[in-house]
Write a protein that binds this ligand. Structure first.
Ligand code: HEC
Length: 209
């Protein structure tokens, strides 16, 4: 009996000790205090580093931030092929033809991206009667309209990247290759729009009505 109660007492003491310790440790971080926190282990809270624009006695000019070595070009912004990445040639003309090789994968990618980024306004066929203009007074162009269908490929690319008049640009959402994929798919939509019975294989013409 007495043995049992000592072990119980001991257990109670341990539990109390743990509770007190955890209360102490939370007290360090959960209450506002002007005192610096008690750090038993620094982990990564405290480390040798320079913050932006800080001073440093290590360099003769006293600055911790260093300039890039002269002639450095950042990989992210390096665009060796201006025509590819802007849709405009160095002569200032819209790129006449899509520089991406026309493949089934490119068209599929273009279809998928078009349906995500363009169809909400221009609808999946390109007539401009998407869900957005059905709810708002906003008239997206009809991609089959003669004036727009006559654009060269680079002009579509440019509109996708920069927008035009009331249409916002999509450069942030759509990377360069995907823009060209969408351009390719717009051509497919336009070709389909002009399709007639002679485009349908003879053996299934009877089913198309
Ligand atoms: C938020 C709605 C919206 C989305 C999304 C949108 N457009 Fe447009 N688009 C418009 C509107 C509105 C116009 C008409 C702009 C004007 O004439 O003021 C337009 C016009 C155009 C034109 C014709 C420009 C001209 O000179 O008349 C093209 C080409 C075009 N969009 C392509 C696209 C493509 C490709 C996408 C997908 C990457 C896309 N748009 C996504 C709203 C949208």
């Amino acid at each position: 009996m007495s043995f049992l109660s000592t072990s119980l007492r001991r257990r109670a003491a341990v539990i109390l000790g743990v509770l007190a310790l955890s209360a102490l440790s939370t007290a360090c971080s959960n209450f506002t205090s002007r005192q610096p926190p008690v750090w038993v282990w620094f982990d990564m809270k405290k480390q040798d580093k320079y913050k932006p624009q800080a001073e440093s006695p290590f360099f003769t000019d006293g600055r911790a931030s260093r300039r890039p070595v002269e002639g450095v070009v950042s990989q992210e912004t390096y665009r060796p092929d201006v025509a590819y990445s802007t849709g405009i040639t160095e002569a200032g003309l819209y790129v006449a033809r899509n520089p991406e090789p026309m493949t089934a994968e490119l068209l599929e990618r273009g279809q998928q991206r078009y349906n995500i980024y363009c169809a909400p306004c221009h609808d999946r066929t390109g007539t401009g009667k998407g869900i957005v203009p059905s709810k708002a007074i906003w008239v997206p162009g009809n991609l089959h309209e003669e004036r727009i269908a006559a654009f060269v490929d680079g002009e579509y690319y440019h509109v996708i990247a920069n927008g035009r008049r009331s249409m916002p640009g999509y450069a942030k959402q759509i990377p360069e290759k995907d823009r060209w994929a969408i351009v390719a798919y717009i051509r497919a939509l336009q070709r389909a729009w002009k399709g007639n019975m002679s485009d349908v294989p003879a053996e299934i013409q009877a089913q198309v009505r």
